[in-house]
Structures are given as structure tokens and as C-alpha cells.
Design a protein around this ligand. Structure first.
Ligand SMILES: O=C(CSC(=O)[C@H](Cc1ccccc1)CC(F)(F)F)c1ccccc1
Ligand SMILES: [Zn+2]
Length: 157
């Protein structure tokens, strides 16, 4: 799958709210998931949201792996989340370093909920509800922000 161009900070699409995916099994959506995955891997990211590849759709990929800033981050299979909704957020928050493929060269400490439950459709169009904590929960909150036109730098005081 080809690597797609990544929208950079300042592109209008990154400040918009993305649209719900109406047909998760449509070949275009299945191809977009593959291309987003290839783009994220080529850019050495741990997540990516459809608006970042110029598609204003509620679709994210989450793919935590150990890295210098989070050496104990879980190594997980990339998971595609279609129309994700965070249905519970812990009150407890924690600070952690974030970066963004759309804001190269910037890193910042961002406060995020420690734990969350997310409801989404998987790549097979099945409903899933799953609980996450730590770095993976951080990535999910970061990617959900992209679907709502928010960049991590908007959250830095
Ligand atoms: O792998 C990265 C590169 S930035 C990245 O993967 C973003 C995801 C992300 C990284 C770190 C915390 C939360 C989300 C991808 C984006 F921009 F498409 F969302 C990384 C950066 C800082 C800390 C740990 C890892
Ligand atoms: Zn980002």
C-alpha cells in the first residue's frame, strides 16, 4: 500500500470535525485503512487519523510500540477504529510526552485521562467496546482529538 501525503499544521482539514463513516465495509474504506497503516509505519508513528491523510472521516489507527519515551509501552497489532466513541474517561490524568506527524519537530507534555473505554467498529464492521490505559489510552485520546479538529499543541498551556 502506498504512503499518503500527511497534512501539516495549518491545513484547514486538521481543524474540522470529521464525518461518520456510513459504510465501514466499503472497498474505499478498507483501502484507506491499509494506506493509513502504511503511511503511519513509513512515518514511524504509533497512531494516525484519517484527517491527517486528507480524508475527513471518523477513522483512526492505533499501534503502540515501545519507544524511547515509553520503553514499557505495549507492542500491539495495529487496530483500526471506525466511528470511535470514548464512552468513559477516568478522572485521574497523567502527563506524558506527545508528538504528531502533522506537527513535525514539536514535542510537548500533555495531560490525558489515565484510563478510558472506547466503542468502535472494527475493520470487519463489528461493534467492539474495549478498555485501555497508559500510553495506548493516550494515543486514542490524541487520535480522537484529530477527529474533532484538535491538535496536541492546542492543549499545551
Ligand atoms: O512515535 C512517535 C511519533 S508521533 C505519533 O506517533 C503520533 C501519535 C502519538 C504519539 C505520542 C503520543 C500520542 C499520540 C501520530 C499522530 F500524529 F498521527 F497522531 C512518538 C512521539 C512522542 C512520544 C512517543 C512516540
Ligand atoms: Zn497527531
Amino acid at each position: 500500500a502506498p504512503s499518503l501525503p500527511i497534512a501539516q499544521q495549518g491545513e484547514a482539514i486538521l481543524a474540522q470535525s470529521a464525518a461518520v463513516v456510513t459504510d465501514p465495509l466499503h472497498p474505499d474504506i478498507q483501502a484507506l485503512i491499509r494506506n493509513m497503516q502504511a503511511t503511519m509505519l513509513a512515518a514511524n508513528g504509533v497512531g494516525i487519523a484519517a484527517p491527517q491523510v486528507f480524508r475527513s472521516l471518523r477513522l483512526i489507527i492505533v499501534a503502540s510500540r515501545p519507544n524511547p519515551r515509553y520503553p514499557d509501552a505495549p507492542l500491539m497489532e495495529a487496530v483500526a477504529m471506525i466511528n470511535p466513541e470514548i464512552i468513559w474517561l477516568s478522572i485521574e490524568t497523567c502527563l506524558g510526552e506527545e508528538g504528531c506527524l502533522s506537527v513535525p519537530g514539536r514535542r510537548a507534555q500533555v495531560a490525558r485521562a489515565e484510563r478510558l473505554t472506547v466503542r468502535y467498529l472494527n475493520q470487519q464492521g463489528e461493534r467492539v467496546e474495549a478498555a485501555y490505559s497508559g500510553f495506548v489510552a493516550r494515543i486514542i485520546q490524541h487520535e480522537m482529538d484529530h477527529l474533532n479538529g484538535i491538535l496536541f499543541v492546542d492543549r499545551v498551556g
